[in-house]
Design a protein around this ligand. Structure first.
Ligand code: GMT
Length: 375
């Protein structure tokens, strides 16, 4: 197949899923055309001749206080579809990708048959799409797609509740590819981050308020009352400065390390003992899945789709959003019981690899493409 993929190329789950999907499709012999305003960040290590990148440029013009990216994107999609004879465009995150893809399809309807698959990832439904200024266009983008997927049952239900779509929705979960157990590789490096052998708590996110990164600091502060630990924070975003200030205010700078954005997330995740994801809402929780694949038990909120991934008492623990007391008790419970920690670690890794590995998830997307193209 000749597949166009449109996504946000920046640091974020939907872009990662789109990029890894494209790389897997290319490995399986499909021709994949990424269409975005910048090279997706996990594509910069990819040397596959089946992968091509098309940059969307929005011309500057004095009248444009808000440069119309969605229109440039739609035009680029239409051009690529015709010149490269695309079978379909897979739009990741509804706004604006699904709507631009619809415009592209309509623009070239007389010349070329193009199908549209839309994958809804999270805040395109729960926050952005539900905002009155985007609601009607989001519903339109969904309903005009030839197929729609969500990354969890939770997000499917939210989509139905909020948008009452006229098209069926298929759930296809996020996936991981990594199989190497890096715990051994990282053992030596660990001592650099935790020189006295302290256990390491890890958080990875884009530091938006929805991630509740401050909760990870509050949890750590409570754990530190009972035992030494290190908190390693990977990522960057709007709440980083506030997080750094909170760490200083609580006087736990020596126990906290802000790594900033990192490319080798599996490597850094493998340094950790427990992964913390206290999000306000989370349609799936890709970072938690990546941590589980590295053998980290996960302590997360019970928001959104997280209970579909993190099984309470099996792969880690769940707690209500904002309940830092309970989450810190759960950290202590795991760290004070080595056999529990080992069991949770093994079960987390097993669940990640058995249920969410690319080898079982990518064929679901391919089947969907074939269904749509055959219909
Ligand atoms: O909605 C976001 O926070 C951004 C979004 C993205 O585009 O990066 O993340 C969402 O998509 C991921 C990949 O499908 C999911 O694993 C995340 O849970 C989801 N984030 C939220 O729902 C907050």
């Amino acid at each position: 197949m000749k597949i166009g993929i449109s996504c946000y190329p920046t640091y974020g789950g939907s872009g990662i899923v789109a990029t890894e999907l494209g790389k897997s499709l290319a490995q399986r012999g499909h021709e994949v055309h990424f269409i975005a305003y910048a090279l997706p960040h996990r594509l910069n290590d990819s040397f596959d001749p089946n992968i091509l990148f098309h940059e969307v440029k929005v011309p500057e013009y004095p009248l444009f206080e808000y440069p119309p990216y969605s229109l440039s994107l739609a035009t680029k999609m239409a051009d690529i579809a015709i010149h490269e004879k695309l079978d379909l465009i897979h739009a990741h995150y509804a706004i604006p990708h699904a709507v631009s893809a619809y415009l592209a399809r309509e623009m070239i309807r007389d010349q070329h048959r193009l199908k549209i698959i839309t994958t809804l990832h999270g805040t395109d439904i729960t926050l952005v799409g539900a905002d009155p200024s985007f609601m009607r266009i989001t519903r339109y983008g969904i309903n005009r797609s030839d197929a729609v997927t969500t990354v969890s049952e939770f997000l499917k239900n939210e989509t139905i509740k909020t948008f009452n779509p006229t098209v069926p929705i298929r759930v296809i979960y996020n996936f991981i590819k990594e199989e190497r157990d890096q715990q051994n590789i990282c053992r030596q490096l660990r001592s650099k981050y935790a020189p006295n052998g302290e256990p390491i708590l890890i958080h990875l996110s884009n530091f938006r308020p929805v991630k509740r990164v401050l909760d990870t600091i509050q949890i750590t502060r409570r754990v530190l009352d009972r035992m030494p630990v290190r908190l390693v924070l990977i990522g960057d975003g709007p709440e980083r400065s506030l997080a750094e200030k909170t760490v200083r205010d609580l006087g736990i700078e020596k126990s906290t390390i802000f790594l900033g954005k990192q490319e080798e997330v599996y490597f850094f995740l493998s340094l950790g003992d427990i992964f913390l994801m206290p999000s306000q809402t989370e349609s799936f929780g890709l970072a938690a899945l990546e941590a589980m694949a590295c053998g980290l038990p996960c302590i997360s909120s019970n928001a959104g789709g997280l209970p579909e991934l993190n099984i309470h008492g099996e792969t880690g623990f769940l707690a209500p959003v904002g309940d830092v007391e309970q989450m810190s008790s759960q950290v202590l419970q795991i760290l004070s019981n080595p056999s529990l920690k080992e069991t949770l670690s093994q079960q987390a890794r097993k669940r990640a690899l058995e249920n969410f590995h690319a080898d079982s998830i990518i064929p679901q997307y391919i089947q969907l493409y074939e269904d749509v193209l055959g219909s």
